[in-house]
Write a protein that binds this ligand. Structure first.
Ligand code: SF4
Length: 345
């Protein structure tokens, strides 16, 4: 499927739409792309009525990371995940912490990176002793072709695959990935359309649909993260609706990571999230019925530990991204025996 002369790989999940236009249905923007043009992510291009990915041979990041850094707390805890990215994103968040690589294609029209084959990536993951490959730092959906080729090879080597995603995949994209994708952390950034359209240039409903689809129609392990930004998504009502949505549509066993905001990129006229706000969000999550709520980006907090939701026994003690103790026995609380949800937990 390589187009050798331009060294580009044909994209997945698109169809011809007449007049040499193509429709991409990898993400919920569902761009209609004219001949010679790119989609909103700027990394998928229509050349002669065929859609190509511009990033397949352009890896921009590759590091072994603790899986807890994704964050995934109930997925192969205490292991390393070989974390890779290519440039680009289908969102344009004003507060992006990785904007240098996520927005380069949109802002400068440039895509940098190295040609590293899926075989080399999987080999590096194995050599580093990683138990999974994480497609992260930028939005993995838009480098799906590389994810798929790495993901299938990784499975053959006994490695898992995880996405850290904004949740804008279409149902078709999830169906495409689910044979090799084992876990995902989705950013549910807010519970307001105004927030998504104003700050991310996207919409809320597709993200809600993705969370529900993954929880109900796949076996992919799901965790959810919300970055709490002062005066944007930190009201009592919004946090309550976020937590209640997760319980109702994804289930009480889905871990919710509440993350502290620090001013970034274009969003500099704000303070970091006050600790009291994060604590309030934590209590709202627990009151909504979520079994596992965590506060991230805060040092010295015991809200990164896992407690049994039934008897409150300390199960997993974490400090930063290190596991100090894991008392879970055969996937259950050693005191009351209740099952603790997770992937090889
Ligand atoms: S992946 Fe890119 S081209 Fe495809 S629909 Fe999304 S933004 Fe548009």
């Amino acid at each position: 499927m390589f187009m050798e002369k331009q060294n580009l790989k044909q994209a997945v999940l698109w169809e011809q739409a007449g007049d040499k236009k193509v429709q991409c249905y990898l993400c919920s923007h569902r761009c209609l792309i004219g001949q010679g043009k790119t989609g909103r992510c700027r990394v998928r291009k229509n050349i002669g009525g065929i859609l190509y990915t511009l990033t397949y041979n352009k890896l921009c990041s590759a590091n072994p990371d603790p899986i807890e850094k994704k964050p995934l707390f109930h997925f192969q805890p205490g292991t390393s995940s070989f974390s890779i990215a290519t440039e680009g994103c289908n969102f344009q968040c004003d507060f992006c912490q990785n904007w240098q690589i996520s927005q380069a294609a949109v802002e400068q029209g440039e895509i940098d990176g190295q040609a590293i084959s899926p075989e080399q990536i999987v080999k590096a993951a194995v050599n580093y002793g990683c138990k999974s490959i994480a497609y992260t730092y930028t939005e993995p959906t838009i480098f799906m072709e590389l994810c798929a080729d790495c993901g299938r090879l990784a499975k053959k080597k006994g490695l898992a695959n995880v996405f850290v995603s904004n949740g804008y995949e279409t149902a078709e994209a999830i169906d495409f990935a689910k044979e090799w994708l084992d876990g995902i952390n989705i950013d549910l950034k807010a519970f307001s359309e105004d927030y998504y359209s104003r700050l991310c240039k996207a919409h809320l409903q597709p993200v809600l649909d993705t969370i529900e689809y993954i929880a109900k129609k796949t076996d992919i392990w799901l965790e959810v993260t919300t970055l709490v930004i002062p005066n944007e998504n930190d009201s009592e009502d919004e946090l309550k609706r976020l937590a209640e949505f997760i319980v109702a549509k994804a289930g009480a066993d889905v871990p919710w990571h509440i993350s502290r905001f620090h001013p970034q990129y274009k969003y500099l006229d704000s303070i970091a999230t006050p600790l009291e706000t994060l604590q309030r969000a934590y209590e709202i999550g627990k009151a909504a019925g979520l079994h596992y709520v965590y506060i991230g980006n805060v040092t010295g907090s015991n809200t990164e530990n896992t407690y049994c939701y039934n008897c409150n026994r300390l199960l997993v003690e974490r400090q930063y991204y290190t596991i100090r103790a894991n008392n879970i026995k055969d996937g259950c609380c050693p005191d009351c025996g209740v099952r603790i949800a997770g992937f090889e937990i």
